[in-house]
Every structure is written in C-alpha cells, then in structure tokens.
Ligand binder design. Structure first.
Ligand code: GLU
Length: 302
C-alpha cells in the first residue's frame, strides 16, 4: 500500500431515480479527490428511505457510473441491508442517554411551538420543542413513535471548515434541535445511516453536493455522540436549471445521458472548474485527477 492508501472517499446516491447531471458532479468530484489522494473510492447506495426508492434505480446508477469510468474500489454497500448496525448505534446512544423516544406527531410539534410563540425557522423545518425529553416528563404514557438525538443547548455553535466553502458554523441545538434518528414509520433517518456508514467504511473525506452542507454540523455532533472520527468535508457547486433551481430528481431533472460519457463528464468537469477534455474517458479522468491534485494542493497522482 502507498502512503495515501488510508484516504477513503465515497459517493452515496439515493436510488430515487437515475443519476442526473448534478449527481455526476458529486460523483466525479469525490472520485477525483480519492484518486488525487492516491486513495480508495467507494459507492454506497442510500436506500433507507424505501418509499422514495425506485426499484432498479440502484443498478442503473451503478451502470451510469461505470460507463463514465467510475467504479467502486470495494464492495458496494446497500443501506437497506444494515438494519442491525444502525440498531446497535441507536442502542449505544440510548445507553449513553443521548437518545430518547418521542411520541409527538408533526401536529403535536406545531401546536407545542405555537404555544411557545415560536415561528417556523430554517426552510420550514420545525425545531423540536423537547416535549418528550426525559427531563420534561418523557412519553407520559403515550406510545413512542420515533427516536431523537439529544442536542446540548450549552454546546454552542458547531464549527467546521469546508475545503471549498471555508469556515462554517451552526448552532445545531437552537437552529435544528433534537434530530430524528429513527422515524415514526420505523425507517432509519439519513443522518444516522450516513454517520454510521461513513465510519464503517473508513471514509476520511466526504465530497458531496452543496445542498447537503447544511447537514454537516448535525452529522459532526452525531459522530461525537457515537465516538466516531470526523471526516474532512468538501461540498461541490450545484448544477442549476434554466430557472436557477438546483437540479434534483424531485424537480424532474432528466436522467443523465451516458450515450456520450465524455460529454457528460465534460459538463460535470466544467461545473468543477476543470478544462474540457477530448479523447478517451480514462485519459480525461487522469488529466482531471492531476488538475484536481494541483488545485487542492496535493502531489499529483501517479
Ligand atoms: N444520499 C444522499 C443524496 O443522494 C447523499 C448523502 C451524502 O452524500 O452524504 O442526496
């Protein structure tokens, strides 16, 4: 193994549809970052939110990636097969009194917040008012619906440095609140699954779309609660449609056309500020790896 072999990056698509032009940017950036570090690049299929998953989308995504020359260096991980591991993580948090059961419906939360005179902060996300916290009386005979992570209001802002966006800070306890770890429908929350799996796969460098940057501070707190290492983070620019909206499967972004993989890769590379390439896909990827290494201050890959 060479010196950088412990560097591990990953691409973690949700199989809610095929890759679109925006998701290829994150895939390419994470791959280049791993190669530029002489490290490994892993693919993880984030299929915990089963109602949103589309049958066959996982195979299609892997095929789209492969046509673009992006192939996982280790076994692909499917989150839907990792129930036991997530349960163990939840139990660890419960035993440390960092997780507690919650009986509140969305309506209960809205009513409790209204009673406190609180508005709707941050993207309409509700900051849980702590109704079911043990010190507030716990479930009080109601049936548990979800599990939440206890955020410490005394913690203050979580500070982290994004490799592209620079210094970031967020007071998770007041701006986000006690996040859900296991949902009322019995499904694992993205935050728990991503933190457990990044650690389980030895991920040292997370490279993903900027729309996910906002999740980083809560993931950092969850890593600390589970005594897991904190990876480095780099959030990539988003691809926008003609209206300036982020491309996403939800807003009907078309599937990535890989009939001409170099054209697809060139579009993704342009979004990352890399020059267009001609010729073979493998040569294009090698050229961009060198450019990436220079841009982010690494020795060129060999
Ligand atoms: N599965 C998430 C998505 O497709 C990405 C999660 C991550 O990279 O942390 O949006």
């Amino acid at each position: 193994m060479n010196a950088g072999a412990s560097h591990t990056g990953r691409f973690a698509p949700s199989p809610t549809g095929p890759l679109h032009a925006g998701s290829l940017v994150a895939a390419l950036a994470s791959w280049l970052d791993a190669r530029a570090h002489h490290g490994r690049w892993l693919v993880r299929i984030e299929d915990v939110d089963t109602p949103r998953c589309v049958p066959g989308a996982d195979a299609l995504i892997l095929q789209q990636l492969a046509v673009c020359g992006l192939v996982s260096d280790g076994p692909v991980l499917w989150q839907s097969q990792r129930d036991t591991v997530y349960q163990q993580a939840l139990e660890r948090l419960i035993s440390r009194q960092l997780a507690y059961p919650c009986a509140c419906s969305r309506k209960d939360i809205v009513q409790a917040l209204a009673a406190q005179g609180a508005g709707k902060p941050r993207h309409g996300e509700l900051v849980y008012p702590g109704t079911c916290r043990p010190e507030n009386g716990g479930l009080r005979g109601r049936t548990a619906r979800a599990w939440r992570l206890r955020m410490d209001p005394a913690h203050g802002p979580v500070r982290w440095t994004d490799r592209r966006l620079g210094e970031q800070a967020q007071d998770v306890a007041t701006e986000v609140g006690d996040i859900v770890l296991k949902r009322a429908d019995g499904l694992w929350a993205y935050q728990l699954a991503v933190v457990v799996d990044d650690a389980a796969q030895g991920v040292t460098h997370v490279v993903r779309g900027e729309d996910l940057a906002d999740n980083t501070p809560r993931q950092i707190l969850l890593q600390a609660a589970l005594a897991l290492p904190r990876p480095a983070y780099l959030h990539t620019p988003l691809v926008r449609d003609a209206h300036g909206d982020k491309l996403s499967k939800q807003t009907g972004a078309p599937a990535l056309d890989v009939s001409d993989p170099l054209a697809a890769l060139n579009a993704a590379a342009a979004c990352l500020g890399l020059s267009p390439a001609t010729g073979e896909v493998s040569a294009a990827l090698a050229g961009w790896t060198g450019a990436w290494a220079q841009r982010w201050g690494m020795a060129a890959a060999t």
